[in-house]
Design a protein around this ligand. Sequence first.
Ligand code: PLP
Length: 389
Amino acid sequence: MPHRHGFGTRAVHAGQHPDPTTGAVMPPIYMTSTFAQESPGVSKGPPDMPYDYSRAANPTRTVLEANLASLEHSTHAIAFSSGCAALAALLHTLQSGDHVVLGDDVYGGTFRVFERVFKQFGIGYTQADVTDVSAVERAMTPATKLVWLETPTNPLLKIADIAAIAKLTRSRGARLAVDNTFATPYLQAPLALGADVVCHSATKYLGGHSDIIGGALITSDDALAKDLHFYQKAVGAVPSPFDCFLLLRSTKTLHLRMARHCESAMHIARHLEKHTSVEHVIYPGLASHPQHDLAKRQMCGGYGGMISLVVKGGLGPAKRVLERVEIFTLAESLGGVESLIEHPGIMTHASIPADLRAARGIHDGLIRLSIGVEDPADLIADLDQALAG
Ligand code: PLP
Protein backbone atom coordinates (compact mmCIF):
# COMPACT_ATOMS: atom_id res chain seq x y z
CA MET A 1 0.00 0.00 0.00
CA PRO A 2 1.80 3.19 -1.14
CA HIS A 3 2.44 5.86 1.49
CA ARG A 4 0.64 8.41 -0.73
CA HIS A 5 -2.71 6.94 0.28
CA GLY A 6 -4.55 8.56 3.16
CA PHE A 7 -4.32 7.31 6.73
CA GLY A 8 -7.74 5.65 6.73
CA THR A 9 -7.03 3.78 3.49
CA ARG A 10 -3.70 2.52 4.81
CA ALA A 11 -5.27 1.60 8.17
CA VAL A 12 -7.83 -0.62 6.42
CA HIS A 13 -5.68 -2.11 3.65
CA ALA A 14 -1.93 -1.84 4.21
CA GLY A 15 -0.21 -5.23 4.26
CA GLN A 16 -3.44 -7.09 3.48
CA HIS A 17 -4.52 -8.97 0.37
CA PRO A 18 -7.23 -11.59 -0.07
CA ASP A 19 -5.77 -14.99 0.80
CA PRO A 20 -4.50 -16.54 -2.51
CA THR A 21 -5.70 -20.07 -1.68
CA THR A 22 -9.21 -19.33 -0.37
CA GLY A 23 -9.98 -15.71 -1.24
CA ALA A 24 -10.55 -14.93 2.47
CA VAL A 25 -10.72 -11.14 2.72
CA MET A 26 -9.41 -11.04 6.28
CA PRO A 27 -5.93 -12.38 7.01
CA PRO A 28 -6.09 -15.92 8.40
CA ILE A 29 -4.87 -16.56 11.95
CA TYR A 30 -1.98 -18.93 11.33
CA MET A 31 -2.09 -20.87 14.59
CA THR A 32 0.99 -22.93 13.94
CA SER A 33 4.30 -23.12 15.73
CA THR A 34 6.16 -24.67 12.82
CA PHE A 35 6.05 -25.00 9.01
CA ALA A 36 6.70 -27.89 6.63
CA GLN A 37 9.94 -27.49 4.68
CA GLU A 38 10.30 -28.59 1.05
CA SER A 39 13.89 -29.67 1.59
CA PRO A 40 16.14 -29.15 4.65
CA GLY A 41 16.49 -25.39 5.12
CA VAL A 42 14.05 -24.55 2.28
CA SER A 43 10.93 -22.86 3.61
CA LYS A 44 8.10 -20.81 2.17
CA GLY A 45 7.67 -17.12 2.98
CA PRO A 46 9.71 -13.96 2.37
CA PRO A 47 13.33 -14.86 1.48
CA ASP A 48 14.72 -12.57 4.21
CA MET A 49 12.33 -13.98 6.83
CA PRO A 50 11.26 -17.49 5.83
CA TYR A 51 8.45 -19.26 7.66
CA ASP A 52 10.27 -22.00 9.51
CA TYR A 53 9.24 -21.44 13.14
CA SER A 54 6.68 -18.96 14.49
CA ARG A 55 9.00 -17.24 16.97
CA ALA A 56 11.10 -16.20 13.97
CA ALA A 57 8.20 -15.32 11.62
CA ASN A 58 4.49 -16.01 11.29
CA PRO A 59 2.29 -14.96 8.34
CA THR A 60 -0.34 -13.22 10.53
CA ARG A 61 2.44 -11.27 12.22
CA THR A 62 3.95 -10.38 8.82
CA VAL A 63 0.64 -8.76 7.83
CA LEU A 64 0.42 -6.85 11.11
CA GLU A 65 4.00 -5.61 10.80
CA ALA A 66 3.39 -4.36 7.25
CA ASN A 67 0.26 -2.56 8.43
CA LEU A 68 2.01 -0.87 11.37
CA ALA A 69 4.99 0.15 9.23
CA SER A 70 2.66 1.80 6.75
CA LEU A 71 0.77 3.70 9.47
CA GLU A 72 4.05 5.21 10.70
CA HIS A 73 5.13 5.98 7.07
CA SER A 74 7.96 3.57 7.50
CA THR A 75 9.51 0.43 6.06
CA HIS A 76 9.94 -1.89 9.05
CA ALA A 77 7.76 -2.77 12.02
CA ILE A 78 8.75 -5.40 14.56
CA ALA A 79 5.90 -6.65 16.75
CA PHE A 80 6.27 -7.75 20.37
CA SER A 81 4.15 -9.31 23.07
CA SER A 82 4.03 -6.01 25.05
CA GLY A 83 5.21 -2.42 24.95
CA CYS A 84 7.78 -3.26 27.66
CA ALA A 85 9.12 -6.13 25.51
CA ALA A 86 9.51 -3.67 22.61
CA LEU A 87 11.48 -1.27 24.84
CA ALA A 88 13.65 -4.14 26.10
CA ALA A 89 14.43 -5.24 22.53
CA LEU A 90 15.63 -1.75 21.67
CA LEU A 91 17.80 -1.67 24.81
CA HIS A 92 19.30 -5.01 23.80
CA THR A 93 20.96 -3.19 20.89
CA LEU A 94 23.06 -1.27 23.47
CA GLN A 95 26.22 -2.46 25.19
CA SER A 96 27.57 -2.23 28.70
CA GLY A 97 28.98 1.27 29.20
CA ASP A 98 26.44 2.92 26.89
CA HIS A 99 24.30 5.72 28.27
CA VAL A 100 20.70 6.74 27.60
CA VAL A 101 18.91 10.06 28.19
CA LEU A 102 15.42 9.21 29.37
CA GLY A 103 12.50 11.64 29.58
CA ASP A 104 11.73 12.60 33.18
CA ASP A 105 8.01 11.88 32.79
CA VAL A 106 7.57 8.40 31.40
CA TYR A 107 5.35 5.42 32.13
CA GLY A 108 6.39 3.89 35.47
CA GLY A 109 7.11 0.53 33.84
CA THR A 110 9.48 2.18 31.36
CA PHE A 111 11.41 3.72 34.25
CA ARG A 112 11.46 0.29 35.94
CA VAL A 113 13.02 -1.41 32.89
CA PHE A 114 15.89 1.12 32.94
CA GLU A 115 16.35 1.19 36.71
CA ARG A 116 15.78 -2.44 37.69
CA VAL A 117 16.73 -4.42 34.58
CA PHE A 118 19.25 -2.76 32.26
CA LYS A 119 21.20 -0.72 34.85
CA GLN A 120 22.60 -3.96 36.28
CA PHE A 121 24.05 -4.76 32.85
CA GLY A 122 25.97 -1.46 32.79
CA ILE A 123 23.54 0.62 30.75
CA GLY A 124 23.34 3.93 32.60
CA TYR A 125 20.72 6.58 32.17
CA THR A 126 20.04 10.19 33.10
CA GLN A 127 16.55 11.65 33.19
CA ALA A 128 15.89 15.05 31.64
CA ASP A 129 12.98 17.38 31.07
CA VAL A 130 12.28 16.76 27.39
CA THR A 131 10.35 20.03 27.02
CA ASP A 132 13.76 21.73 27.27
CA VAL A 133 16.16 20.78 24.45
CA SER A 134 19.11 22.28 26.31
CA ALA A 135 18.31 20.07 29.35
CA VAL A 136 18.45 17.03 27.05
CA GLU A 137 21.77 18.27 25.66
CA ARG A 138 23.21 18.78 29.15
CA ALA A 139 22.19 15.25 30.12
CA MET A 140 24.05 13.73 27.15
CA THR A 141 27.55 12.34 27.64
CA PRO A 142 30.09 11.04 25.09
CA ALA A 143 28.64 7.56 25.87
CA THR A 144 25.04 8.54 25.07
CA LYS A 145 23.74 6.25 22.33
CA LEU A 146 20.02 6.81 22.75
CA VAL A 147 17.50 9.45 23.80
CA TRP A 148 14.16 7.93 24.79
CA LEU A 149 11.15 10.15 25.19
CA GLU A 150 7.37 10.13 25.30
CA THR A 151 5.35 12.99 23.86
CA PRO A 152 2.74 13.65 25.17
CA THR A 153 4.34 12.31 28.35
CA ASN A 154 2.68 10.01 30.83
CA PRO A 155 1.00 11.23 33.03
CA LEU A 156 1.79 14.98 32.85
CA LEU A 157 1.13 15.32 29.10
CA LYS A 158 4.21 17.45 28.48
CA ILE A 159 5.15 17.97 24.83
CA ALA A 160 8.69 17.50 23.50
CA ASP A 161 9.91 19.12 20.27
CA ILE A 162 10.75 15.96 18.29
CA ALA A 163 12.39 17.78 15.35
CA ALA A 164 14.67 19.86 17.61
CA ILE A 165 15.73 16.86 19.71
CA ALA A 166 16.26 14.74 16.56
CA LYS A 167 18.62 17.43 15.23
CA LEU A 168 20.54 17.29 18.51
CA THR A 169 20.81 13.48 18.66
CA ARG A 170 21.90 13.31 15.02
CA SER A 171 24.65 15.86 15.61
CA ARG A 172 25.89 13.79 18.56
CA GLY A 173 25.75 10.37 16.86
CA ALA A 174 22.94 9.09 19.09
CA ARG A 175 19.56 7.64 18.17
CA LEU A 176 16.21 9.16 19.09
CA ALA A 177 13.38 6.83 20.11
CA VAL A 178 9.89 8.26 20.52
CA ASP A 179 7.18 6.41 22.40
CA ASN A 180 4.19 7.33 20.24
CA THR A 181 1.65 5.43 22.35
CA PHE A 182 -0.36 8.47 23.47
CA ALA A 183 -0.47 10.31 20.13
CA THR A 184 -0.58 7.31 17.75
CA PRO A 185 0.49 7.70 14.10
CA TYR A 186 -2.91 9.27 13.43
CA LEU A 187 -1.83 12.44 15.27
CA GLN A 188 1.95 12.44 15.16
CA ALA A 189 4.68 11.20 12.79
CA PRO A 190 7.95 11.06 14.78
CA LEU A 191 9.97 9.41 11.98
CA ALA A 192 9.08 12.21 9.57
CA LEU A 193 10.26 14.67 12.23
CA GLY A 194 13.67 12.96 12.38
CA ALA A 195 13.29 10.27 15.06
CA ASP A 196 15.08 6.98 14.35
CA VAL A 197 12.61 4.61 15.90
CA VAL A 198 9.05 4.72 17.21
CA CYS A 199 7.80 2.55 20.05
CA HIS A 200 4.22 1.60 20.84
CA SER A 201 2.43 -0.04 23.65
CA ALA A 202 -0.10 -1.55 21.21
CA THR A 203 -2.10 -2.44 24.30
CA LYS A 204 -3.42 1.14 24.17
CA TYR A 205 -4.89 3.02 21.18
CA LEU A 206 -3.58 0.66 18.48
CA GLY A 207 -5.40 -2.22 20.19
CA GLY A 208 -8.14 0.14 21.29
CA HIS A 209 -10.43 -2.34 23.03
CA SER A 210 -8.55 -3.23 26.25
CA ASP A 211 -8.40 -6.88 25.24
CA ILE A 212 -4.76 -7.49 24.31
CA ILE A 213 -1.23 -6.71 25.48
CA GLY A 214 1.11 -5.87 22.60
CA GLY A 215 4.00 -3.72 21.49
CA ALA A 216 5.91 -2.63 18.40
CA LEU A 217 9.07 -0.89 17.23
CA ILE A 218 8.95 0.87 13.88
CA THR A 219 11.90 2.25 11.94
CA SER A 220 13.10 3.04 8.43
CA ASP A 221 16.71 2.28 9.37
CA ASP A 222 17.49 -1.06 7.66
CA ALA A 223 20.44 -1.92 9.91
CA LEU A 224 18.50 -1.17 13.10
CA ALA A 225 15.51 -3.17 11.82
CA LYS A 226 17.78 -6.16 11.17
CA ASP A 227 19.10 -6.01 14.74
CA LEU A 228 15.59 -5.64 16.17
CA HIS A 229 14.33 -8.63 14.17
CA PHE A 230 17.27 -10.57 15.57
CA TYR A 231 16.37 -9.67 19.19
CA GLN A 232 12.69 -10.37 18.49
CA LYS A 233 13.64 -13.90 17.42
CA ALA A 234 16.52 -14.49 19.84
CA VAL A 235 14.83 -13.21 23.01
CA GLY A 236 11.43 -14.33 21.80
CA ALA A 237 8.84 -11.90 23.24
CA VAL A 238 6.57 -12.31 20.21
CA PRO A 239 2.80 -11.76 20.03
CA SER A 240 0.57 -14.75 19.32
CA PRO A 241 -1.01 -15.04 15.85
CA PHE A 242 -4.40 -14.45 17.50
CA ASP A 243 -3.21 -11.21 19.13
CA CYS A 244 -1.77 -10.12 15.77
CA PHE A 245 -5.18 -10.70 14.19
CA LEU A 246 -6.95 -8.72 16.93
CA LEU A 247 -4.53 -5.84 16.51
CA LEU A 248 -5.08 -5.82 12.74
CA ARG A 249 -8.82 -5.73 13.36
CA SER A 250 -8.27 -2.70 15.59
CA THR A 251 -5.95 -0.66 13.42
CA LYS A 252 -8.64 -0.65 10.72
CA THR A 253 -10.66 1.77 12.89
CA LEU A 254 -7.80 3.69 14.51
CA HIS A 255 -8.55 6.89 12.58
CA LEU A 256 -12.26 6.77 13.50
CA ARG A 257 -11.60 6.10 17.17
CA MET A 258 -8.85 8.72 17.46
CA ALA A 259 -11.02 11.43 15.93
CA ARG A 260 -13.71 10.71 18.51
CA HIS A 261 -11.24 10.42 21.44
CA CYS A 262 -9.79 13.83 20.51
CA GLU A 263 -13.13 15.56 20.02
CA SER A 264 -14.57 14.30 23.31
CA ALA A 265 -11.38 14.95 25.29
CA MET A 266 -11.28 18.56 24.12
CA HIS A 267 -14.88 19.05 25.14
CA ILE A 268 -14.36 17.46 28.56
CA ALA A 269 -11.08 19.31 29.23
CA ARG A 270 -12.81 22.64 28.57
CA HIS A 271 -15.61 21.68 30.94
CA LEU A 272 -13.21 20.58 33.72
CA GLU A 273 -11.18 23.77 33.37
CA LYS A 274 -14.22 25.70 34.63
CA HIS A 275 -15.07 23.26 37.43
CA THR A 276 -14.84 24.67 40.97
CA SER A 277 -13.53 21.37 42.45
CA VAL A 278 -10.65 21.18 39.97
CA GLU A 279 -7.40 23.00 40.66
CA HIS A 280 -5.76 22.44 37.32
CA VAL A 281 -6.43 20.66 34.02
CA ILE A 282 -3.60 19.40 31.82
CA TYR A 283 -4.55 18.85 28.18
CA PRO A 284 -2.31 19.81 25.22
CA GLY A 285 -5.32 21.18 23.32
CA LEU A 286 -6.02 23.88 25.93
CA ALA A 287 -4.46 27.30 25.42
CA SER A 288 -3.42 27.12 29.11
CA HIS A 289 -1.09 24.14 28.36
CA PRO A 290 2.54 25.39 28.47
CA GLN A 291 3.44 23.71 25.16
CA HIS A 292 0.12 24.26 23.41
CA ASP A 293 1.71 26.02 20.41
CA LEU A 294 4.21 23.21 19.91
CA ALA A 295 1.45 20.60 20.20
CA LYS A 296 -0.52 22.52 17.57
CA ARG A 297 2.48 22.39 15.22
CA GLN A 298 3.58 18.84 15.92
CA MET A 299 0.30 16.97 16.27
CA CYS A 300 -2.23 17.09 13.49
CA GLY A 301 -5.92 16.41 13.75
CA GLY A 302 -6.24 16.69 17.53
CA TYR A 303 -4.48 16.43 20.87
CA GLY A 304 -5.31 12.89 21.96
CA GLY A 305 -7.71 11.29 24.39
CA MET A 306 -5.74 11.70 27.63
CA ILE A 307 -6.48 14.36 30.24
CA SER A 308 -4.78 14.82 33.61
CA LEU A 309 -6.29 16.94 36.35
CA VAL A 310 -5.46 17.97 39.88
CA VAL A 311 -8.40 17.81 42.23
CA LYS A 312 -8.62 20.45 44.98
CA GLY A 313 -7.80 19.05 48.43
CA GLY A 314 -5.25 16.37 47.49
CA LEU A 315 -5.42 12.61 48.03
CA GLY A 316 -8.71 12.30 49.97
CA PRO A 317 -10.94 14.12 47.48
CA ALA A 318 -9.06 12.55 44.54
CA LYS A 319 -9.69 9.05 45.93
CA ARG A 320 -13.37 9.84 46.44
CA VAL A 321 -13.73 10.87 42.77
CA LEU A 322 -12.12 7.59 41.73
CA GLU A 323 -14.52 5.64 43.94
CA ARG A 324 -17.66 7.54 42.90
CA VAL A 325 -17.44 7.39 39.08
CA GLU A 326 -20.03 5.15 37.43
CA ILE A 327 -19.31 5.22 33.69
CA PHE A 328 -15.54 5.68 33.98
CA THR A 329 -13.88 2.47 35.18
CA LEU A 330 -11.20 2.73 37.85
CA ALA A 331 -8.41 0.81 36.14
CA GLU A 332 -4.86 1.06 34.84
CA SER A 333 -4.19 1.36 31.10
CA LEU A 334 -5.69 3.69 28.52
CA GLY A 335 -6.65 4.06 24.88
CA GLY A 336 -9.68 1.76 24.82
CA VAL A 337 -13.19 2.54 23.63
CA GLU A 338 -14.31 2.69 27.26
CA SER A 339 -13.32 5.58 29.53
CA LEU A 340 -10.87 4.80 32.32
CA ILE A 341 -9.80 6.78 35.36
CA GLU A 342 -6.74 6.19 37.53
CA HIS A 343 -4.47 7.64 40.19
CA PRO A 344 -0.88 7.68 38.78
CA GLY A 345 0.78 8.00 42.21
CA ILE A 346 -0.89 4.85 43.56
CA MET A 347 -1.35 2.91 40.32
CA THR A 348 0.58 3.28 37.02
CA HIS A 349 3.53 5.25 38.43
CA ALA A 350 3.87 3.55 41.83
CA SER A 351 7.21 2.02 40.70
CA ILE A 352 8.74 5.54 40.73
CA PRO A 353 9.98 6.42 44.26
CA ALA A 354 7.64 8.85 46.09
CA ASP A 355 10.22 11.65 46.38
CA LEU A 356 10.98 11.50 42.64
CA ARG A 357 7.25 11.50 41.82
CA ALA A 358 6.65 14.58 43.98
CA ALA A 359 9.66 16.38 42.47
CA ARG A 360 8.32 15.69 38.96
CA GLY A 361 4.82 17.01 39.74
CA ILE A 362 2.96 13.69 40.12
CA HIS A 363 1.04 14.97 43.14
CA ASP A 364 -1.44 13.12 45.35
CA GLY A 365 -4.38 15.02 43.85
CA LEU A 366 -3.44 14.05 40.28
CA ILE A 367 -5.95 11.95 38.36
CA ARG A 368 -5.51 10.64 34.81
CA LEU A 369 -8.45 10.16 32.47
CA SER A 370 -8.54 8.10 29.30
CA ILE A 371 -11.51 9.41 27.38
CA GLY A 372 -13.35 6.67 25.51
CA VAL A 373 -15.87 6.89 22.71
CA GLU A 374 -19.03 7.02 24.83
CA ASP A 375 -21.33 10.06 24.59
CA PRO A 376 -19.34 13.00 25.98
CA ALA A 377 -22.41 14.42 27.75
CA ASP A 378 -22.68 11.21 29.82
CA LEU A 379 -18.98 11.33 30.66
CA ILE A 380 -19.26 14.96 31.80
CA ALA A 381 -22.31 14.14 33.94
CA ASP A 382 -20.41 11.23 35.50
CA LEU A 383 -17.38 13.40 36.35
CA ASP A 384 -19.64 16.16 37.71
CA GLN A 385 -21.44 13.81 40.09
CA ALA A 386 -18.13 12.28 41.23
CA LEU A 387 -16.54 15.69 41.77
CA ALA A 388 -19.65 16.99 43.57
CA GLY A 389 -19.20 14.29 46.20
N1 PLP B 1 4.61 3.22 26.95
C1 PLP B 1 3.59 3.89 27.50
C2 PLP B 1 3.42 5.34 27.19
C3 PLP B 1 2.70 3.24 28.36
O1 PLP B 1 1.68 3.93 28.90
C4 PLP B 1 2.89 1.86 28.63
C5 PLP B 1 1.97 1.12 29.52
O2 PLP B 1 1.11 1.69 30.15
C6 PLP B 1 3.98 1.21 28.05
C7 PLP B 1 4.82 1.91 27.21
C8 PLP B 1 4.23 -0.25 28.32
O3 PLP B 1 3.40 -1.01 27.52
P1 PLP B 1 2.81 -2.47 27.91
O4 PLP B 1 1.96 -2.28 29.12
O5 PLP B 1 2.06 -2.87 26.68
O6 PLP B 1 3.98 -3.34 28.18
